[in-house]
Design a protein around this ligand. Structure first.
Ligand SMILES: NC(=O)C1=CN([C@@H]2O[C@H](COP(=O)(O)OP(=O)(O)OC[C@H]3O[C@@H](n4cnc5c(N)ncnc54)[C@H](O)[C@@H]3O)[C@@H](O)[C@H]2O)C=CC1
Ligand SMILES: O=C(O)CCC(=O)C(=O)O
Length: 528
């Protein structure tokens, strides 16, 4: 029997190795101590790789991994795994989502206490400098202080519960959960990010993605209380690191507790030169218990994948290609993009996802719905949602998912409408495919359009009065934003909607300016 090769690229608990070595059909390659350029020379032999945050699964890695079938990220965050690159090469990317939750929660609590009492500094002062100075290290109490929690998932919610036990008042910001998940715990849920910025302590527990990178930067720090204390045990770069350095140097930030850096290992980072900070070298998951659990799960999942039996927590497993005729394929991609767009236009806890299908495409409603769910939930659940678990995750979150098939009545041969209902609003997006693969969005909330689902776009709903286009164009021109395309949809009533495709990223300030226009009903920025 030919053995399958599983390569372990980063340190995992010995129990994981023991599980791998016990299987006769598995050959284990221990590459833990191998320099990363050497790893690339041997990765080509392996069927499955187990990695942690020290190995970037990037273009270089994937180009060298010519025989790889699956990669198991032994942890939660998959921001260092190029999932699209994996999909393009047919490599299944998996993670181990909850085994290190408690470890990360408890390190966050340590940083929270460290931020309050500076005991890491006092420790260094006494042990290294041999100075007994009880006056320099006055702290503050957690009790009766406000803690802002950004991201109320597995880790954020547990940090909040522990902080509450310390007598803290917790305010949570997470647009992708139901408010009751927070309020049922006797905490405050907010949709207004400024409520977080006004807290005494702030901690972040979101994935790292385009929406969360720099979620706290210079402007946000400027709005904070003097003497605020900030913790980041999620990912480097969620707090802009230059802004952190500036804020700590100026004294605006009294103390920071930082476990993660934009570029790791971070042995020469300007944050390390500052006094009012406690840093740890990405230790969030490093407890014996967590590493044992992760290693066991990672090893078991890697074995299943090597044998082709199952791909637990697969992030990118596609629906069986042979069951899908060629004309349906672009619709799968289109529906996923429509879900992703709808979720960006309607950011709130999702209640239901419905597909309305016209034409022959109706015969593939179930597969299309899976892709629609993945698209709709991707933004808030990027670590967890995949084609395999989409329905299950939706059910677990009490999200109703359904479809309706009707005879073609709109004049299109095939048309799909995705209706996303959240606690805040209902957004419907219609799409079709022209020719073999010309995907088009043909409607948003009943307004007719015809544009490609691709790129950076501002969606602007307004009162249908003269001068609106000129006002928008003036604001964008002032900011040096080039308009690539401007599509207008007019409704039967007094409203109109514009889709403005732009060449460069749009920051929050521009959206805020557009919101202030008298004609504006709502405006959102989305990227597909
Ligand atoms: N320091 C370390 O060693 C560790 C770090 N982590 C990091 O912690 C992160 C969170 O982990 P979990 O809690 O297990 O993930 P999770 O998926 O359970 O929770 C993430 C939460 O963030 C929310 N979220 C997404 N986008 C948001 C936004 N723009 N604003 C506010 N909330 C948003 C989601 O709705 C979700 O509730 C991981 O993505 C990982 O990067 C995780 C484990 C260990
Ligand atoms: O890989 C590690 O050890 C860090 C864990 C982590 O950051 C994660 O699980 O997201």
């Amino acid at each position: 029997m030919k053995q399958k090769k599983i390569i372990v690229c980063d340190a995992i608990h010995e129990k994981g190795f023991a599980i791998l070595r016990a299987e006769k059909d598995i050959e284990v390659i221990d590459a833990v101590r191998l320099p990363k350029d050497e790893l690339l020379k041997i990765i080509g032999e392996s069927d499955v790789a187990i990695t942690r945050s020290s190995t970037d699964v990037d273009e270089k890695f994937l180009n060298a991994a010519t025989n790889l079938k699956a990669i198991v990220r032994a942890g939660v965050g998959v921001d260092n795994v190029d999932q699209d690159g994996c999909s393009r090469r047919g490599i299944i990317a998996m993670n181990v989502p909850t085994a290190n939750t408690i470890a990360a929660v408890e390190l966050t609590m340590a940083h929270l206490l460290g931020c309050a009492r500076s005991f890491t500094n006092a420790n260094n002062h006494l042990k290294i400098d041999r100075v007994w100075n009880r006056e320099k290290w006055y702290g503050v109490e957690l009790c009766a202080k406000r803690l802002g929690v950004i991201g109320f998932g597995n880790i954020g919610s547990r940090v909040a519960i522990r902080a509450k036990a310390f007598g803290m008042e917790v305010v949570a910001y997470d647009p992708y959960i139901s408010a009751s998940k927070v309020t049922d715990l006797g905490m405050t849920y907010t949709e207004n990010f400024n409520d977080i910025l006004s807290c005494d302590f702030i901690t972040i527990h979101t994935p790292k993605n385009k929406e969360t990178i720099n979620i706290i930067s210079h402007d946000e720090i400027a709005k904070m209380k003097d003497g605020v204390r900030l913790i980041n045990c999620a990912r480097g770069g969620l707090y802009n690191e230059d802004a952190l350095v500036e804020g700590i140097k100026s004294g605006k930030i009294a103390f920071a507790g930082i476990d993660v850096f934009s570029k790791e290992p971070a042995t020469n980072h300007p944050l390390l030169d500052l006094e009012h900070i406690c840093v740890t070298p990405h230790l969030g998951a490093n407890t014996l218990e967590s590493q044992e659990k992760i290693a066991i799960q990672a090893a078991e999942n890697a074995i299943s994948a090597a044998r082709g039996i199952s791909y637990p927590n697969a992030l990118n497993l596609p629906i069986k290609a042979e069951d899908i005729p060629a004309f349906v394929e672009p619709y799968l991609e289109l529906v996923q993009k429509m879900g992703f767009l709808a979720a960006q236009l309607n950011r709130s806890a999702i209640k239901s996802i419905k597909l309305e299908l016209e034409g022959e495409i109706g015969g593939y409603a179930k597969s299309l719905l899976t892709f629609g769910i993945v698209g709709s939930l991707k933004e808030a659940n990027e670590n967890k949602i995949n084609y395999v678990n989409a329905e299950f995750v939706a059910k677990e979150k009490n999200i109703e998912s359904k479809f309706e098939v009707a005879a073609s009545s709109s004049g299109y041969k095939n048309k799909v409408t995705l209706v996303l209902t959240t606690e805040k609003d209902v957004v419907s997006i219609s799409g079709t495919v022209f020719g073999e693969d010309e995907q088009r969005i043909v409607g948003i909330n009943g307004f007719k359009f015809d544009f490609k689902p691709k790129g950076k776009m501002i969606i602007f709903k307004n009162n249908d009065v003269p001068g609106v286009i000129a006002h928008i164009a003036t604001i964008l021109a002032k900011e040096g934003i080039n308009i690539a395309d401007f599509r207008l949809g007019r409704g039967a009533h007094q409203f109109a909607m514009a889709v403005i495709l732009v060449d460069t990223d749009i920051d929050k300030k521009i959206i805020a300016e557009l919101t202030k226009l008298e004609s504006c009903v709502w405006v959102e920025y989305a990227v597909l």
